[in-house]
Ligand binder design. Structure first.
Ligand code: 5AD
Ligand code: SF4
Length: 474
């Protein structure tokens, strides 16, 4: 039987796309290879959000040149955002790559692989570029691909992502996503609910609804918004073992009262909001085309705190975006201090060809300054996260036990050589006491000792110690 290996980088969308590809390949009779080197088919699911992510993929590809020379029958393919963005450049930079497949074309992946195996030469399948075309035309070239789910294709059988939206229409001036993932489109409610039910039948306890701007979810046929979708998911949770419903990533402009009330009133919807602010300076927010002021952002956070007390708010920030002054940066620090995020993901601005910022402005904040601002903001955030974590000490929290802690803090990257399901680990003694990990409703990571048999269960744990990133329980 032919074997495959998928290396995944990037966001939840990529993790989900990889799972769907794995499921399809398994159904087609492929098996997962133990390691990249042993596979007949090597796929890279790539990310274009920052230059660094792409550089890493090109170096990984470079390392495969000799492997391909020694084993010309192996197929090496690139899928995901970098495939859509760089397209034929990939064949030029790595001529031994035979497959390039954009994220809107993964439904065609099995057919493309077959064509290569039939000796038809390199294959490339992409969606249309957005520039100079109508939204509708481009939208239809990004084909929906959410086939039935397969439990064995998932890194963790108890948690799953469910795509509710494709693409993005926000066009933040620094961001490549609207170009590589295409126009924003919401999936029909019925389709999403059928997928959630299927996941629950497969033993899933926690589902995370994902979309680049998930708070804008709007099923045009039924008029359902995100709050309505959460209500429908709650109904499933009421009558099944589904314990938790989450959603990411929200955009401040589409977070409305009904959403906050839904999170407050629906017991299975977790009090966790990922709402990237990106900057605390109005001049920067304007230049980024974020569509809100820092005053509006603060209001949204205040509303969350008032309506859903105890909820966690997390954010993304970009430091060193074009023209960012020391004063702009200090306003970002002030915002972090004021809102007291549970945690923030902080990135140094990376110019992306094809975006408005790249075309119009100079990347004029020196790298040392970006680094310094990154570290400074991180230090402020870590102090807040540490204080926030300390508040849990002495409290009892309910967690979903995810697995053993050797996989903690690690994205469920498919194709990783780690074991795919701790609970299902062949021959593992369910009574053996190991270090386990789980997450609280507000998505804090908890580590504690317990028998393996707890994996996949909801448990009450008493927190005895904490650091900025982890709670330690008993
Ligand atoms: N440079 C740095 N960070 C970026 N992000 C998006 N585009 C860029 C870029 N060009 C960050 C944003 C976004 C997160 C997923 O990645 O903060 O919210
Ligand atoms: Fe990129 Fe902005 Fe869309 Fe997020 S909302 S994916 S940052 S364009």
């Amino acid at each position: 039987m032919p074997t495959f290996y998928i290396e995944t980088v990037g966001c939840q969308m990529n993790v989900l796309d990889s799972e769907l590809v794995v499921a399809t390949l398994l159904k087609d009779g492929w098996t997962q290879a133990e390691s990249l080197k042993k596979a007949d088919l090597i796929l890279f699911n790539t990310c274009s959000i920052r230059a660094h992510a792409e550089d890493k993929i090109y170096s990984a590809l470079g390392r495969l040149r000799l492997v391909k020379e020694a084993h010309p029958e192996k197929i090496i393919g690139v899928m995901g955002c970098m495939a859509q963005k760089d397209n034929s450049l990939i064949f030029r930079r790595a001529p031994f790559v035979e497959l390039v497949c954009g994220p809107g074309q993964i439904a065609r992946l099995p057919e493309l692989i077959q064509r290569i195996r039939d000796g038809k030469g390199p294959q490339m399948e992409l969606s249309l570029e957005r520039k100079g075309r109508s939204r509708h035309e481009v939208g239809s070239s990004f084909s929906f691909y959410d086939p039935m789910r397969v439990r064995t294709a998932r890194q963790n059988p108890y948690q799953a992502f469910v795509r509710v939206m494709f693409g993005c229409d926000q066009f933040c001036t620094y961001c490549i996503v609207p170009y590589v993932r295409g126009p924003e489109q919401s999936r029909p409610v019925d389709e999403i609910l059928a997928e959630v039910r299927q996941l629950v039948d497969q033993g899933c306890k926690e589902v995370t609804l994902i979309g680049q701007t998930v708070s804008k979810y709007h099923d045009l046929t039924t008029g359902t918004r995100l709050s309505g979708l959460l209500e429908q998911c709650e109904k499933i949770a009421e009558t099944t073992p589904l314990e938790r419903i989450r959603f990411v990533t929200s955009h401040p402009n589409s977070m409305t009262q009904d959403l906050f009330e839904a999170v407050r009133d629906l017991p299975h919807v977790m009090p966790y909001f990922h709402v990237p602010a990106q900057s605390g300076s109005n001049a920067q927010l304007k230049k980024m085309n974020r569509g809100y002021t820092v005053e509006k952002y603060r209001e949204v956070c205040q509303q969350i705190r008032e309506i859903v007390p105890g909820s966690a708010i997390t954010s993304d920030f970009i430091v060193g975006f074009c023209d960012e002054s020391e004063e702009d940066f200090q306003q970002t620090v002030d915002l972090v201090r004021e809102v007291r995020f549970k945690n923030s993901f902080i990135f140094k601005f990376s110019p992306r060809e094809g975006t408005k910022a790249y075309e119009l402005w100079e990347d004029n904040v020196p790298d040392e300054v970006k680094k310094r601002r990154n570290n400074e903001l991180l230090a402020v955030q870590n102090q807040i996260s540490g204080e926030d974590s300390q508040k849990f000490v002495g409290q009892e929290v309910e967690i979903l036990v995810e697995g053993t802690s050797k996989n903690a803090n690690k994205l469920p990257v498919l194709g990783d050589s780690g074991d795919s399901s701790d609970a299902a680990e062949a021959g593992a003694d369910p009574n053996e006491v190991v270090q386990l990990t789980g997450n609280t409703p507000s998505n804090h990571i908890v580590v504690f000792d317990g028998p393996r048999s707890l994996i996949g269960q909801m448990k009450k744990v008493k927190i005895v110690k904490a650091n900025p990133f982890t709670l330690f329980g008993e």
